[in-house]
Each structure stands twice: as C-alpha cells, then as structure tokens.
Ligand binder design. Structure first.
Ligand SMILES: Nc1ncnc2c1ncn2[C@@H]1O[C@H](COP(=O)(O)OP(=O)(O)OP(=O)(O)O)[C@@H](O)[C@H]1O
Ligand SMILES: [Mg+2]
Length: 1173
C-alpha cells in the first residue's frame, strides 16, 4: 500500500467537490442556486469558484491557511482544472502561458471596495515571485517589486467605511520578464488619487495612512525636526472620530514603510524630504485665517497665527512673506496684464486646501515615478509582460454623498466591465471557432451605453463638465446640472429631477442638486457640489510660484509650473479629461494582452468573517454579470475538456477503453460516448476538446464513473481477496508438506542414530576385549624381551666395569711409575743443577777475585811505575837544572851582558837557515800541476811557508808559459774565450776543456776529396767539420760540411763534398741559441731581410759546438768589433721560413743510445730530448 501513496494521484476539479467548483456545471442554473453554491463553498472556506477560466473570489475577512509555500508547490505547473479552484491556479496558468507560449498577460481584478482586489493582486504577485527564477539579482528585483506595495499603500490607501485599507488610487503594474521567465523589473501606472481626502474625510473614515503612521511611528527626534507633535488632535486635517483602525499598529506600519522605501532604493535624504512634505501638508491644515476689513470695504483675510506659517516656511525653505502673500492675493494674468486681487477668508481657505491637495497628489505621483526608476528593467531586450490591474472598486455611498471622485471611480469600473464583457465573449467565440464548433449568439447586457453616456465626446457627461469649466461667465455646479438635464435627459441610464422624462418627477428620492446614473452595478446618486471645482483642479499661480521658489529640491521639482519663465497661459487639461485619456490608454493596453479575470465579491458590509449576506452577494453577482458569464459560457457547451483528459477520466465506463485505449484519444472518446448511449446532440467534437452541452450529461458521466469506481473497487477487492486466500492456502499447504517432510526425516534420523550408536558400543566392547588380549600378550613378550635385555645389560655392565677397574688400576700403576721416575729424574736434575750452579759461582768468584787481585796488583804496579817515572823525571829535571846551572855557572864567565838576545836571534837564524836548506832539498817538480809541498816544520813559519808555496806556483806557471809558441798561445786564448762563454753555463763545456781546438778537422787543403771545395773558398779556413743540419720540416738530421772563414760560414753537401748549400756572411748573423744541456744543438739566427734569411735560421748539431761557437764569436768580433749575441736557454724560438718554431729541450732517459734526438712535434714545436746525466 506504501507504493500506492507514492504514485502520482491524478486529481481533478471534480474530485472532493463542495458544491460545484465551476459554476458552468451548476444545475439547474438559477440565481438562487448560484448564490447557494457560493454560500455553501464560502461556509466550507472555499472562497474561490470558477466560471470557466474566470475566478470568483469571496473576501473571507480572515486569514486562511491556503497561501502557504506548500500550496504554492501544489499548484505549481498543474493544469488549471486539475486541482480545486484557487487564485494560484490562475496565476500559474497566466505565468506559464507567458513563459512557455510567449503571450503577454494581464490580470484584471475587479469588484467593489473591500472585495479583496488589492489582496488578490498581492497574492498573484507573491505566487509569481515564488515560482519564477531565483538568484541574487532576480531576488533583488522581486523584492523591490513586492516592496513597492507597502510604500504605495501607505500614501495611497486609507480607511473607509467599506474597507480599512481601501485603495484611493488606481494602480496598474506591468511586471517584465525575460525569455526564461525571470523577472527583470516593472512599471507602475497610477490613476487619479482621491486627493480631496487630504483636506476632508467622510464620517468614519481616515486620511491617508501615512499621516497617522508618521505621527505614531516617528521618533521624538524626527518629530522635532519636522516640527510636528504626536497628538492627532492637534491637526485639523486628521478626523478624530476614527483616528485608529482596530488591529492595525500605525507605528509598526511606519517602520515597515521606511524599510520598504529603503529596499526599493530611496536614499535617506529622499525619504526625509518626503516626510517633510507630509509634515508640511499636515501643518498647512492648521493655518487659519481671519477677516480684516479694509477701507474700500473689501474683505481681506489675514493669517491668524503666524507661528504655524513660519514653521512650514522653515520646513520647506520658503520665504514666509512670499507664502503669506500668496494666501492673501491672487494674481490674474491676461494678455500681458497682471491684476492682483485680494482673497477673502473663504478664498484663502480654498487656496490653502488646494495647495495641500496639490502638494500631496504631486508628491504621490513623484513617489510612483521614483519607484518606477528603481524597479525599471535594466535591459533593452524584448520583454514579456504580465500586467496586474488593481483599481479602486465600484463605490456607492448610500447616504448619497457620492461626488466627483466616485463618479470617476465608477466610470473606470464601468470601462473594466465593458472590457470584461468584450473579451470573455470574444474568447469564448474564438474558442468555438478554433475548435470548429458551430456557435450561436447569446444575449447579454452590454454596458457600452453607460460608458457612452459618460465619455461621449460631444454629449457625454465628462465632455459637458469640461465645457462648463471652460465656459466664460459664471459657472457653478448647478449650471452644470442644468446642462446635464438638457442634454442627457433622454438617456435611459440617466435620471434627474429636472429631466424631461416625467416618470422621474415623482421620484422624491432624487434631491434637487443631484443626478443619478444607472451603472452596470447599480444606480448611483451623485451630488453635483464640487464637480466643477474638482474637475478644474485649480491652484492659484501665486501658490505654485511660491512653492517653486522654495529652497527645497523636492518641492521645487514638484511645482515646475511655478517657474515664472515657463508661464503657460493655457489652461491645463481638466482632471476628468486627463483621467479619461489615461483610462483609454489602459484599455488599449489591456486589449493587446491575454486577459485573466479575478472577480472579487464582498460577502458582507460588516468586514466580518463567516457572514454571508445573500442580498449583498446577489447584488454583486448581478452587476458583475456573473450569471450572464455562466450562460455565455454554457450557451454553446457547458463543459469542455481535452480528449486525453476526458478519456483518462471516463475510460472505465466502457469495455473497449478499459483499462487501456491504444488508438487516438479522440477515437477513444467517441467509442466511449457511443457505448454510453449519450444522445449525439449532447456533445460535439472539437479539434482538441470534447464539448458537452449540458452539465447534466457531465454529472451523469460523473455519477456513472463514481458507481463504476465502486464496482471496480469491489472487483479489485474481490480479486485481491481471492488472490490473498489462495496464496494463503497454497502457503499453508506447502508449509504442511515441508513440516511433514522435516518431521519424517527427523524421526528416521533419530532411529538411525540410536541403532548406529548401539552397534558401535557392541563393536567397541568386542574390539576392546580383543585388543586387551593382544595387549596382554604383547606386554608379556615385551617384558620378556626387556628382561633379557636388562640381564644382558647388567652382565655387560659388570664385565665392563670389571675391565674398566683393571684398566684403571693398570693405568694408575703406569702413571705412578712415570711420576716416580719423573720426580726421581727431577730430583737428580735439580741436584746436578745445584752443583753446577755452585761450581759456576765458585768459578766466577775465583775469576772476580783473580781479576780484582790482578787489578789491585796492576794498580799497585802502575802507582809504583808512575812514582818511579816521576822520580826519574824529577831526577832528569833536577839533573838538567843542575847541568844547566853547572853550565851557566861554568860559562857565565864567558858571556857578556845581553848575550841572551843574541843567542836567541842566532838560534832563530839558525832555525830559518836550517828550514830553507831543508826546503831546498825537498823541492817539488816544476809542473804547474804538481800541488805537493813539504810540511811546515815550525808553527811560527806558517805564513812564510804558504807565501813561498804561492810564489813557487806562480813561478812554475811563468816558467811553463815561457815555453809556449805563438800558435799554442792562440789556442789557449781560444780556450780561455770558450771558458768565458761557456763555463758554468753549458753542461757540455767541462768535457771539451781537455780537447784541443784543431780547427780544420777535414784537412780541406790536403784531402783531394775537398779539392774543389777548397778552390771555391778563397780565404783561410778557420774551421771545417761535418755537422748535422736539422731538417726544418721533420727535425731529422742531414750531414753537411761546415766551413768557417773570417768573413762567412758555409754549408756544403757532405756526399758530393763540394756542392755549397748556403753561404752566410758573418755580418748577417745576429745571434746564436743553444741549450744549457750536454747536447750539441745550436741555432744560427740570420738577420731578417737578407738573402741568407730566405730559408730561415739554421738549426745544427755538432759535438764540437764549443769550438764552433767560440770560433764564430772570435771571427764575428774581429770582423765587426761587435759581439755575436749568445743565448743559452732550454727553450728558444727559431724562424723557419714564415713560421716561428719553438725549440724545446727536455731531459729523459735515452731510448736509442746516448745521443740527443730531435723531433718535430707540430708546426710550432720542435722537441729535443737530451739524455739525463
Ligand atoms: N484573500 C483574503 N484573505 C484574507 N483576507 C482578505 C482576503 N482578501 C481581502 N481580505 C481582507 O479584506 C480587506 C480588504 O481587501 P482589499 O483591500 O483587497 O479590498 P479592495 O478590493 O482592494 O478594496 P478597495 O477597492 O477599497 O481598494 C483586506 O484588508 C483584508 O483584511
Ligand atoms: Mg484596494
């Protein structure tokens, strides 16, 4: 059953109906049944009833729980007839066809004052706001649109006898949507505010809410700023008899209004200005005038208490004198002439009230415009529009105090009724045509005659009023009535005492200064008093100019006509013609939109819930033409429904369509209706809908459906019960079988288990017995085996132990022998050792004693010998002394004085003589190389000895040199030179010292091989030898003959022996380079630019490098008197043709012999490897 509740239940308007939800289905259709139906529904809180797509709403005068968010969800996206009638269904229908079908909509709400139009309009707006798009921006727009209502209601609504919150202005609001159905903004149009209420209210009514709200709700501070007092009674414009409305808290309303103004977008200073103006209007009412007689007998008024005037002027920033003057004088301008007349007291009061009314009504218009500015859609894109019209309701004061305002209000309602008639009929007709149904015209009352009576341009009441107002001469309300009497007397909807139709002459209910119009909603008696004035809506120019001069931006902007620069002498359009024009525009606008009607009905005059006054409702039903509406709706066909919906609802009434119809819905409906034998004239097939002529048919269908539903329910019940019982039975049966099976199984199992366990027990006993027997035997055998083993073991053990004992005894004995032997040996050894040690000690002691004895003996001997020697020496010395003494004594007589010195000198002389003689004999050889020299005999001759040696050496050298020939001298000179150049510089030098410089090693002039070469060289050859010339390209050597003369050197081919390779004059030789190593490489550098330099420098290798270089040096010096530069370094540059090549000498262990070798590494480096020493 849970699933059932989840299933979507298709409901219909026809379900759970209280009375009939749609009046079209009312049967029989009489006024009585109509009212009865409404009452029945009203008593069950069903305040909404349909007439087709029109919603009738009866004011419940209490809040009903039918506007909750749940209800909104319930009605959202549901078809109009799907749920019970509700204003939300209409709003949803309108919104969806706006959004989905792109049709602009208007919602026309009509009904008399207090019927609930304003509430209905708010419900529609709030529903649309709830279902349309969401989002921060959209929500703000919605909020602004909704919040415009409290602001306008505060300023434009008032408590009247009919309605505590009666709209005193007409309001039409266009809500604009984008293509998605999100609201974009809105535009409000207002229609003629009932401004006379500002200065005077009928008995039991109040002024506009805002006055009371301001005084009750404003803070003390604000009141002080506005120079107001909280007490209502202080203000003449506020009627006192009904200053408070029950159930309404003006103070909290004031806060709501202020908050709403803020949400709508009023700036704080704007709100303040608005309230200042409201305060000013209140205070204006307190200005009083007193007459003052003047000389020329003309009455002139004066302001009684100037304090109030002063405060107003302060509040509005007006110069007090200007305003005071405007209340006392009136300037009339005509053709550039200005005439100023004084005002009497009555005129002054009139001027004051006119100012108050104008101020308030202009403020109201400004408010509407200001709200429009805020709620204006921010886009220029195409918009879809939903218009909501909430106009003041039809109004009749039974007391007959109906005036110009009521006339205007009722005219407006008349126009709305007309458009309702036109559009409903049109729509109805169009539907028949659309659906292809034959249409027969239906009679209904058309109120266009009444509209014509009022608005006709030539003889309409409004035209005449305008005419009267514009007419020169004295114009009063009675002249206007006279005119009406003349022109309209014949009109069937117009009545007056003076009308020509005599039938009214007897009508005493018609006072003299009145006329009566038979409106669609009833007869209304209008008092002509004030018609002309109110239509003229005159404000003396002095006052508007005074207002324009105000130092208050809002008030200044309200009175642009007060600007003297823009004086317009033309009369402004009258209030009536203005209203007529705006109503005409509104009607045109409404005609372009798809209308949706809400017809509001007031159930009683007491504003009480639960009271349903038949007569009152009947009256409204009549004038609203609701019966006609139903009739028109039913004229053709009372009921229509799309085929799909119809088939879905009634398909159970026919076998072919129940439970499923597979074909087209229309064919299904046809089959259904034929099967039900409904007479063919009772229905018609439209294109998409079935039309049912008589409600009875529908009800009979409904009745049959209900019965059928009962039958179906019974059938379903029957089948379900059968199914349930059968299922239960089958379940029981199968359960019984299962239980039996299980039981049998259980019993068998039990028996089996018992038998099995008995068998097992018997078996186990037998097995036990057998086993025990075997066990016993086995145990016996085992014991025997164990006994044998044990005995054997004991025997073996005994044997073993015995043997072990023997072995141990034996071993012990053997060990004892060994130990005894060892200890004996040890004792013997120790004893021997002791003996040996004793012996050794004794021997050492003997030695030591011997040695010490010997030492003692030796020392004693030494001492003795020393003593002996000393004695001998002493004897010798003494003896010598003695001899000396004896000699001296003997020879003293032979010596003279100072003979000692002479003896000494003689002795020295003798010694030196002896020294020289000895030296002469021991002289070394004459060779300068002989370094031997005799030893020095006496120390004091040391320096002499050395000097003699030196002199001897020099002398031998001189002697040696003296033997030299000139040739030998030259050779030594050369050697000397070589020493200067190379000593301690080149490692090869020491080895060359011993070799004599031969010069011409090749013996050029002797050797016949070199005969030719010799003939080529004219000069004397200083040097000739074979040298190695280093190939510049690869560093390999080639043998060449090197010849040096005193002017040049030459290189010749060694093989041929005569071919000269190069000749270089010595003057062109700049320097020679070589290493400090023991190699023979050297480079001869040639002066740049000379012919010899063409091939570059020469790199040669010769063992006789020392000789060659020395000879080159000598020859160069002789030739040029300049020394050839000799560079000794291990790394130098040589010029080979264009390249400069570095020759680098490195030491390494020779690989191939002890020769230095040369190798070209790259085009920049030539490496010479020299064997390390
Ligand atoms: N649907 C409703 N639910 C509860 N109360 C309602 C409802 N409709 C109207 N009323 C009550 O009736 C009063 C009058 O309604 P409302 O102001 O809408 O009348 P109206 O038709 O606009 O009258 P008027 O023509 O004077 O402006 C409301 O203040 C409210 O108290
Ligand atoms: Mg209203």
């Amino acid at each position: 059953m849970g699933d059932m509740s989840k299933m979507e239940v298709k409901t219909s308007l026809l379900d759970n109906m209280i009375g009939v939800g749609d009046m079209v289905l009312l049967e029989p259709l009489t006024e009585k049944s109509f009212i009865e139906n409404l009452r029945k529904r009203f008593n069950h809180n069903e305040i909404y009833t349909y007439i087709g797509s029109v919603v009738i709403s009866i004011n419940p005068y209490r809040s009903l729980p039918i506007y909750t968010p749940d209800k909104v969800e319930e009605y959202r996206n549901r078809n109009f007839y799907e749920l019970s009638p509700h204003i939300y269904a209409l709003a949803d229908e309108a919104y969806r066809s706006l959004r989905d079908q792109d049709k602009d909509q208007c919602i026309l709400i009509t009904g008399e004052s207090g019927a609930g139009k304003t509430e209905a309009s708010k419900l529609v707006m709030s529903y649309v706001a709830a279902v349309c798009g969401k989002g921060a921006e959209v929500n703000q727009v919605k909020e602004q649109l909704l919040q415009s209502n409290p602001v306008l209601e505060a300023f434009g609504n008032a408590k009247t006898v009919r309605n505590d919150n009666s709209s005193r202005f007409g309001k039409y609001m266009d809500i604009e949507f984008d293509f998605k159905g999100d609201p974009l903004g809105g535009v409000i149009s207002n229609y003629l505010l009932e401004k006379s209420r500002v200065v005077k209210q009928p008995r039991g009514e109040r002024n506009f809410h805002i006055f009371y709200q301001l005084l009750s709700g404003a803070s003390e501070d604000m009141l002080k700023k506005l120079k107001l007092e909280r007490d209502f009674s202080k203000y003449n414009y506020l009627s006192l008899d009904s200053a408070t409305v029950t159930g309404v808290d003006d103070a909290s309303c004031f806060r709501t209004v202020k908050n709403a103004m803020q949400i709508v977008g009023f700036m704080d200073d704007e709100t303040q200005s608005v309230l200042e103006l409201v305060g000013a209007v209140l205070k204006l009412g307190n200005i009083e005038f007193k007459p003052e007689s003047r000389v020329n007998e003309v009455d002139e008024s004066r302001v009684k208490d100037k304090n109030e005037l002063k405060e107003i002027c302060e509040l509005l920033g007006i110069d007090q004198s200007v305003l005071e003057r405007a209340f006392s004088f009136r300037t009339v301008e005509a053709k550039q002439e200005k005439v100023s007349t004084t005002l009497n007291v009555a005129q002054a009061y009139y001027a004051r009230d006119a100012l108050a009314k104008n101020l308030y009504s202009r403020l109201f218009t400004w408010l509407v415009n200001r709200i429009n500015e805020s709620i204006k859609a921010q886009t220029k894109k195409r918009k879809k529009v939903m218009g909501v019209l909430d106009i003041y309701g039809f109004e009749i004061f039974e007391s007959g105090e109906n005036s110009f305002e009521q006339f205007i209000i009722n005219y407006c309602n008349e126009k709305l009724q007309q458009i309702f008639i036109e559009l409903t009929l049109k729509e109805e007709q169009e539907e028949y045509i659309r659906e292809g149904i034959e249409w027969t015209h239906i009679e209904y009352f058309n109120n266009s005659v009444i509209c014509d009576l009022i608005e006709n341009n030539t003889n309409g009441i409004m035209a005449m009023l305008d005419e009267e107002c514009l007419r020169p001469g004295t114009v009063t309300d009675s002249t206007f009535l006279e005119k009406l009497n003349q022109i309209c007397a014949d009109h069937q909807h117009f009545e007056s005492r003076m009308s020509k139709s005599s039938k009214f002459l007897n009508d005493h209910s018609l006072p003299h200064n009145c006329f009566r119009i038979q409106h669609y909603a009833g007869k209304v008696l209008y008092h002509v008093d004030g018609f002309v004035d109110k239509n003229n809506d005159l404000l003396y120019r002095d006052l508007s100019q005074a207002m324009w001069k105000a130092n208050h931006s809002l008030i200044k902007s309200l009175f642009p006509d007060g600007n003297p620069a823009k004086i317009n002498l033309k009369r402004p359009p009258t209030a009536g013609s203005q209203f007529k024009a705006s109503v005409a525009t509104l009607m045109k606008n409404l005609q372009t939109k798809n209308p949706n009607y809400i017809r509001c009905i007031k159930p009683n005059d007491q504003k009480a819930s639960h009271i349903f006054t038949d007569s009152l409702v009947c009256h409204q039903v009549r004038y609203l033409g609701l019966m006609e509406n139903v009739r028109v709706r039913r004229a053709g066909y009372a009921f229509r429904q799309p085929y799909e919906a119809c088939l879905e609802r009634y398909k159970m009434l026919c076998k072919q369509t129940w439970p499923h119809w597979r074909g087209q819905a229309r064919d299904g409906v046809e089959v259904l209706l034929k099967d039900l034998q409904i007479p063919a004239e009772e229905y018609s097939y439209g294109r998409s809908k079935i039309f049912i002529r008589n409600p009875r048919t529908l009800f009979s269908l409904e009745e049959q459906r209900k019965r059928r539903l009962h039958g179906l329910a019974t059938l379903i019940q029957k089948i379900f019960r059968g199914w349930k019982a059968r299922t239960h039975f089958l379940l029981m049966k199968s359960s019984q079988v299962t239980v039996a099976a299980w039981y049998r199984r259980y019993a068998q199992q039990k028996k089996y288990k018992k038998t099995k366990s008995s068998a097992v027990i018997v078996q186990s006993f037998i097995r036990g017995w057998k086993a025990r027997k075997i066990l016993r035997e086995l145990k016996y055998q085992k014991r025997c085996k164990e006994a044998v083993t044990t005995i054997g073991a004991y025997w073996h053990g005994t044997q073993a132990r015995r043997e072990l004992r023997c072995l141990k005894e034996e071993a012990r004995n053997r060990r004892a022998v060994t130990v005894i032997w060892a200890s004996w040996q040890g004792t013997k050894a120790r004893r021997e050792l002791r003996c040996l040690k004793e012996e050794a000690r004794n021997r050492r002691a003997v030695t030591v004693i011997w040695a010490s004895w010997q030492g003692t003996k030796a020392r004693r001997e030494l001492k003795r010998l020393k003593e002996e020697a000393r004695c001998k020496h002493a004897v010798d010395v003494i003896w010598a002394y003695w001899l000396g003494l004896k000699v001296r004594r003997e020879y003293r007589k032979f010596f003279r004085a100072h003979a000692g010195k002479r003896i000494y000198e003689f002795t020295i002389q003798r010694i030196i003589q002896k020294y020289f003689l000895e030296l002469k004999n021991k002289m070394p050889s004459m060779s300068p190389c002989d370094k031997t020299w005799p030893a020095r005999p006496y120390l004091f001759l040391d320096s002499t000895h050395k000097e003699l040696r030196r002199i001897f050496h020099l002398w031998t050298c001189k002697k040696y040199r003296g033997q030299f020939t000139d040739q030998k001298k030259a050779i030594y000179k050369e050697k000397l030179e070589a020493s200067e150049i190379f000593k301690d510089k080149k490692a090869l030098y020491p080895s060359s010292v011993g070799q004599p410089f031969q010069g011409d090693y090749l013996e050029i002039n002797k050797n016949p091989r070199y005969q030719k070469l010799n003939s080529l060289v004219e000069e004397k050859i200083i040097f000739a030898d074979i040298v190695n010339k280093i190939n510049r390209a690869n560093g390999k050597g080639a043998q060449r003959i090197f010849l040096l003369t005193k002017n040049k050197f030459m290189l010749a081919d060694q093989k041929s022996g005569h071919q000269v390779k190069s000749i270089v004059p010595l003057a062109e030789l700049t320097s020679v380079s070589m290493s400090a190593q023991s190699d023979g490489f050297f480079a001869l550098r040639v002066k740049e630019g000379t012919t010899a330099a063409a091939k570059g420098d020469f790199l040669l290798n010769s063992e006789r490098i020392i000789e060659i270089i020395t000879k080159l040096h000598r020859a160069g010096l002789d030739l040029t008197k300049e020394k050839i530069q000799i560079e000794i370094t291990d790394e130098f540059l040589v010029q080979f043709k264009q390249d400069k090549v570095c020759v680098k000498f490195i030491q390494s262990n020779p690989k191939n012999g002890t020769m230095a070798s040369c190798k070209r590494k790259n085009n920049r480096l030539l490496e010479v490897t020299v064997p390390s020493p």
